[in-house]
Design a protein around this ligand. Structure first.
Ligand code: FEO
Length: 161
């Protein structure tokens, strides 16, 4: 494996676990506001982020790379209102998309074709995650303006599997 790709993938393991941690912090915030459906939505998101981290870890293991696990940074936990965490989540997904693209570019530029193929799944996944978070913001903006709309959206989000 290309050494720079290896370094970036190792760092990405930590960043995916950080993403899980950030979404758990957001879930905690929503539970504290009695918006348990939003909390559930972000707990599912956090689980997916852990799966991303494990997927990269497994790829590195399968390619003979030993990964030293680093400390996970503490995420933001206070938000000014119930819309702000949604914007934070979208901003974070866009940031992660940039990271994945940078790793892909490094893999492509160094002819690491196996890494390119591995990363294609993540490129598609980032597109889906940006869309699902944008969709959630759009729904919030349509429904979240009054208590009844927010209640209905919260109930809908509880159904996410
Ligand atoms: Fe694994 Fe949502 O980035």
């Amino acid at each position: 494996m290309n050494a720079q790709v290896e370094t970036l993938l190792k760092e990405q393991v930590n960043k995916e676990f950080y993403s899980a941690y950030l979404y758990l912090a957001i879930a905690n915030y929503y539970h504290s506001k009695n918006l348990n459906g939003f909390g559930h939505w972000f707990e599912v998101q956090a689980r997916e982020e852990q799966e991303h981290a494990m997927k990269i870890l497994k790829y590195l293991q399968d390619n003979g790379v030993m990964v030293k696990l680093e400390a996970i940074a503490a995420p933001e936990a206070e938000f000014s209102d119930t819309r702000t965490p949604l914007l934070a989540a979208l901003g974070h997904e866009q940031y992660v998309t940039g990271l994945i693209h940078a790793i892909y570019k490094q893999a492509r530029d160094s002819d690491d074709f196996r890494a390119c193929q591995f990363l294609e799944w993540f490129i598609a996944e980032q597109g889906e995650e940006e869309k699902s978070t944008s969709d959630l913001i759009a729904k919030f903006d349509m429904l979240g303006g009054d208590a009844k709309g927010l209640y209905l959206l919260n109930a809908e989000l509880n159904n996410r599997e």
